[in-house]
Design a protein around this ligand. Structure first.
Ligand code: OAD
Length: 247
């Protein structure tokens, strides 16, 4: 499918669902989960830093890794891919944005009601009663206490071995099952259950556009089309192809 044809599909779509992964934030300079295990952190494995067991064993270590990543994310800015999705949301009758990213850049670009499947590193969560916490005072060693009850905070992310937030997952599944156009952007589509969402949409008759830089990210199947290139290039071009002739 050419970009022009994809633009026609987007212009005619009534219900659009977008699933994003690390590639959508590549042009913002956000390292992927694996790439974040570099430099200072290269001697650790994901299991040392991103599991409930790791946090129980060494909360200060886990907190400091997330604090380092949070500072990196807060210093970054949304890119043209994030912004193009805000434009699409304003142009189609129904729009759902689902992300596996924890960087909060969709929200900062202005996307409303993002379904965050893996949480957000910009937020913390009280280990006492589980409520989200958006402002706290850091201390050494971390983690800092909940401002309300004093229980230790934890990053508000889904760790390996934890379930995805049930409400977010079911909203994502419902949206994927009812859309007529599904965009999979910058994700390897390997980590379940998010990986199944595009194929569930295709099985229900939706057109699926896969936007990825790498040949390994491409997918094939009925109603599945690949647009090869960087999200920050392809998405603005798709918006232009779909809507540029509108007043
Ligand atoms: P991955 O790192 O698995 O895949 C990123 C995908 O983006 C790859 O297929 C790249 O080819 C592609 N890519 C890279 N740069 C791009 C660009 N500029 N434009 C478009 N595509 C680009 O990341 P995710 O699929 O997001 O889970 O990984 C999903 C989950 O696996 C993550 O949320 C994380 C990880 O383990 C948890 O933390 C629970």
């Amino acid at each position: 499918m050419t970009l022009e044809q994809a633009g026609v599909a987007l212009r005619g779509a009534r219900r659009v669902v977008v699933l994003t992964g690390a590639g959508v934030s590549a042009e913002s300079g956000i390292p992927t989960f694996r790439d974040a295990l570099t430099g200072l952190w290269s001697r650790f494995r994901a299991e040392d830093l991103a599991t409930p067991e790791a946090f129980a064993r060494d909360p200060a270590l886990v907190w400091s890794w997330y604090r380092w990543r949070r500072e990196h994310v807060l210093a970054a800015t949304p890119n043209a891919a994030h912004r193009a999705l805000v434009v699409i949301a304003g142009r189609v009758p129904e729009f759902t944005l689902i992300t596996q990213n924890v960087d909060g850049l969709h929200e900062r670009a202005g996307s409303p009601s993002v379904i965050e499947l893996h949480g957000s590193i910009v937020r913390a969560r009280c280990t006492g009663d589980g409520h989200p916490v958006t402002a706290w005072t850091e201390r050494e060693p971390g983690p800092p206490p909940c401002p309300e009850c004093g229980a230790p905070l934890r990053p508000d992310v889904v760790w390996f071995g934890e379930s995805l937030p049930a409400a977010s997952l079911s909203a994502a599944v419902v949206a994927a099952g009812h859309c007529d156009l599904f965009l999979s952007v910058g994700t390897s589509n390997l980590v379940e259950p998010a990986a199944s969402l595009p194929w569930a949409a295709a099985a229900r008759g939706a057109t699926v556009l896969v936007i990825n830089t790498s040949p390994e990210g491409q997918r094939s199947g009925p109603r599945v089309h690949n647009l090869i290139g960087a999200a920050a290039t392809i998405l603005p071009a798709l918006v232009a192809a779909a809507f540029s002739d509108e007043a």
